[in-house]
Design a protein around this ligand. Sequence first.
Ligand code: AHR
Length: 844
Amino acid sequence: MKHYIFFLAALLALPALANRPDSVWVRPDIKDGARGLQVAWSQDQKHWHHIATNVFESDYGPWGAQKKMWYPVLKFDGKKFTATFIPDLKQREVGRTESADFILWKPQDYDLISTDADFQRIVSQSKADSQKPLRVPYIYIKALQEKKALREANGRKEMENYVATGRHFAEDCAAINAKLTIDWADKKNISPDLMGIFFEDISYAADGGLYAELVQNRDFEYTAADRKDWNALTAWRLEGEGLAVDVSTQAPMHRNNAHYAQLKTEKVGGSIVNEGFDGIPLKGGDKYELSLFLKGAGAIKVSLREAGKVLASTTFKATKEWRRQSVTLKAAADAKSAELVIEPQQRGELDLDFVSLFPKDTYKGRSNGLRKDLAETIADLKPRFVRFPGGCASHGNGINNIYHWQATIGDLWERQGDYNIWHYHQTRGLGFYEYFQFCEDIGAEPVPVLAAGVPCQNSGRGGYEGGPQNGQQGGIPFLKDLGGKPSPYQYMGKDLTMESYLQELLDLIEWANGDAKKSPLAAMRAKAGHPKPFNLKYLGIGNEDMLGDTFMERYRFLIEGVKAKHPEITVIGTVGPFWEGSDYEYGWQEAKAKKLEIVDEHYYNLPGWYFSHRDFYDGYDRRGPKVYLGEWASKGNNVSNALVEAAYMTHLEENADVVVMSSYAPLLAKDKHYSWTPDLIYFNNNEVRPTANYYVQRVFGHNAGDTYVGSKVDVTVEKSSSDAADKKKSPSQEDLERGVRDRIDRSVVVDSKTGDVIIKLVSMLPKEATMTIDLGEEVAAKLSNATSKKTKKSVVASIQTMCGGNTPDRTKEWEGEKTEKVTLTSPQLQLSVAPYSVTVVRVK
Ligand code: AHR
């Protein structure tokens, strides 16, 4: 986008374009319900020329069903363009935006029209006006044409399969020799926290995933709001005869856990069975904590069973009031897919709620803990921070679905579960306490990211109370806008307003960092098991939102409110969902104007984009806000995706004076429940499958530094004289060497804690290269020191390699990872760099 602006500025600086009219007619030229506004221009209003590129696109409501426009009306007052459009003929709303240059458009707002009659009048008027041409300076048309050309060029680059376009190097090059020279005089401090993780409950990442609970719908709180065909008995079924089950809300144990099961036994022998999340996996000999609430008179037998075989069982006697009972069970044998069977032992009625089964062997042995194998796989990335709880799960699908951290702490049965924007249910058993504890357990900074008082712009629910139900056009109301009336939105029994929402953010900081002896909020944290502060440093506000007026007003209010009370907290702002465009530009303008410390960038692009944008951050202003690349991935899990991500990461390291944090997204996806692909780690109940992309993140997590050292790579290529190379038009020596050079990326960092020099090499070449690394004087000095002291000490380098095989664009796994140790005798280290590989040389 910056290119277009630059181009327009250059155009506007010209007095006039030679042989071009000063001004022309322009009018909207789209089909009803199109995604974007396109225009046609004319000199005489007879001959119209369509420009096949979107001037701007409707950002209204969910993808698929929405993001459309009818009857756009364009206006120009000599200085500014304005545009209105109808985003949905059935909703009483009008979209609006504006632009000073016809290229960069303001993030949209949608005005609610109070009556149907008024709306119909506006629709008819818009229909008529949308065909009226307006006169505009020709330079805007020219700029739009240039924008189209740039978009097409970018699109071509993005579509490039760098593996296919680079295969010829194997034939063209008989030998590749490269030399990496380190320039120890060229050093800069970089962020040691570059690699972190993005955790969101998407694709069953939390419930049914990292959160170790094995009973699904343990509290009978599933509803059709979670998924159309779900209800309070989803994942439960009756078996045998004589037992009936009702769901009641008459006398719940807590208002946040309103539903419970009433078991009515006519004849003993029937049972109610929970299927778990795709079955219940058990390990023979392992212990499990089974707990439940059982009210009434009588007893139940609870067993764990697979294929008719009982692997553990126990009985519970009911109590008069709701009371938690628990017992430890030992599984007699392994089970891939067991069930939990509850069998009343006599006739009569019993109330049952919150049936839970947890492995004792959770990550770090925590109760209400995390699945060990998954948590270990995550911990092994050595992430410096964990972002949670989303993603879209933070800002939610509609105002009522905005994430409230306070609903996720305390006793499990008092937490408020909710619909998950990814179309299932969140128990919030993995809540803020558990997230913070996990961060501490893996030595990562907690980075909560919460909504900016607006829901996701792609929402399909709850824009306005009682009004149209789409998108972000509504926000949590300010007290001033309520005029003394109660808020239409409630949260944990209280009115939800922007003022109360700001207080929630302030309470989070107090809860995490306060003194447990002085602050009641901090005392809650202590009661949960963590008397010491969690030492929260970051707070993200907003998640890739649409940055219209509704958003901006709330975003500013929250940032100012947090900063006023907690200047010590680093606030992370947002700049939309893409690497360019309206939200990106307006987000950055705002961040610079308000001197925000960090902004959160997101982009999911094709490998070709990363390949052609490795210099993306080279031109970023070093004096402005820093970047947290909070969500990114190249679209795919092939080795070629991972490899280009590795190459991009070397450039992130090079720019880690401005890009201070990054996290691949999403992190986890459970088989059969993918809401989104690609992901970093796939899993099911019985296995964990890290991807090729995972191993790249791991390499960077294990080999981070805090100083970046300049280096250069020189390449010499011995051209091939083979038939194949001769037959086609062979590139010149210079072009060949430039091409080869472009496919070797590197970064050199120093970790000051260990003093290690770490060199990462990424080869996107189909051919092996011989690489000489000149480690320079610093290492030479250490070497002579080591030998002169006549001690056994020597300078050792470890060389870790991962290779991509011959078809990295189709292969999903690295070909073996190997690490070898070499003792250096000279500062010149020679190694062979395998085709399509990532190599890490770590000099101790
Ligand atoms: O990472 C998956 C989703 O992508 C996130 O929830 C959202 O922020 C982004 O659009």
